[in-house]
Design a protein around this ligand. Structure first.
Ligand SMILES: NC(=O)c1ccc[n+]([C@@H]2O[C@H](COP(=O)([O-])OP(=O)(O)OC[C@H]3O[C@@H](n4cnc5c(N)ncnc54)[C@H](O)[C@@H]3O)[C@@H](O)[C@H]2O)c1
Length: 255
């Protein structure tokens, strides 16, 4: 049995992951961590100040973090010094925070870190890579939509899309929305929509005179991210220390 702790256990993702871990025949939900103590799916949720004691007491195999960027670095350090593998789905992490996580993880524990655990998105990103190679001459726009409570913008997945396009089609300026007199040059337009309970939509548009090609992914339920996080959690336990992505988990080419 893989012993799992969920950090951010009372949140939207934490609740979905907690339910799936509880229902998985090969996993045991040994606890949760959040700002306030509570329970979920038969396990205790402890306050973050008691998190390290929970990891030690349960000898958890893997900690799954879906919280906020400012909390994630501390959670990663705590898991790493207790030899607990990591799944990190929290987005909005700055490059400096990422470096701090790398320092805590490398040489110590295996971790899968990605802004999107959906298996469909891993395949979608592969298609974006292929299309960006072929469509270098086209005007490119990236559009994403999420629920009204999402804090960071653009989404981590939109940033991954932009990075892939830069790698394959050459670095271009980004323009975040347009207003007023804006002459289109070679920039990539990035557009963010926030509303209601939209789970997560991403679209890349390649346009040229007389034609447009669109690639899009739409998540209908956050269980797509949770089930991908469980696939990654099963995979990561026992791997060599280091940071992995979903392309490693799924055996895909570089994402
Ligand atoms: N990688 C992916 O596939 C993926 C998918 C969906 C969401 N996300 C990201 O996951 C994160 C969480 O999303 P959500 O929709 O569940 O948000 P949410 O606000 O519903 O849940 C976050 C939870 O973390 C808790 N929290 C805050 N600080 C904490 C700390 N120090 N210790 C423990 N818990 C703490 C909050 O109280 C809250 O309950 C966001 O960054 C979101 O963008 C990633």
């Amino acid at each position: 049995m893989i012993k799992v702790i969920v950090c951010g256990a009372s949140g939207r993702m934490g609740q979905t992951i907690g339910r799936m871990v509880h229902d998985a025949p090969d996993m045991e939900l040994v606890g949760g961590i959040n700002l306030k103590a509570s329970t979920f799916f038969g396990a205790d949720i402890v306050e973050s100040k008691d998190a390290e004691a929970l990891i030690k007491k349960t000898s958890a195999d893997v900690l799954i973090d879906f919280t906020i960027a400012s909390a994630t670095v501390g959670n990663v350090r705590m898991a790493a010094r207790n030899n607990c593998a990591l799944i990190v789905g929290t987005t909005g992490i700055t490059p400096e925070q990422h470096k701090e996580m790398e320092a805590a993880i490398n040489g110590h524990v295996p971790a899968v870190i990605t802004s999107n655990f959906s298996i469909g998105v891993a395949i979608f990103l592969q298609l974006v890579r292929e299309s960006a190679k072929l469509l270098k001459e086209y005007d490119i726009e990236v559009i994403e939509a999420h629920h009204r409570a999402k804090r960071d913008a653009p989404s981590g997945t939109a940033k991954s899309i932009l990075q892939i396009i830069d790698e394959e089609a050459g670095t271009r300026d980004k323009m975040y929305g347009r207003e007023g007199m804006t002459e289109r040059k070679n920039e990539i337009g990035v557009h963010v929509i926030r509303g209601g309970d939209i789970v997560g939509d991403h679209k890349v548009m390649y346009s040229k005179n007389f034609e447009t090609i669109e690639l899009s992914h739409r998540a209908y339920d956050r269980s797509v991210f949770a089930s991908g996080a469980l696939v990654a959690a099963r995979w990561v336990v026992g791997k060599k220390p280091g940071i992995y992505g979903m392309s490693d988990v799924l055996g895909l080419k570089k994402q």
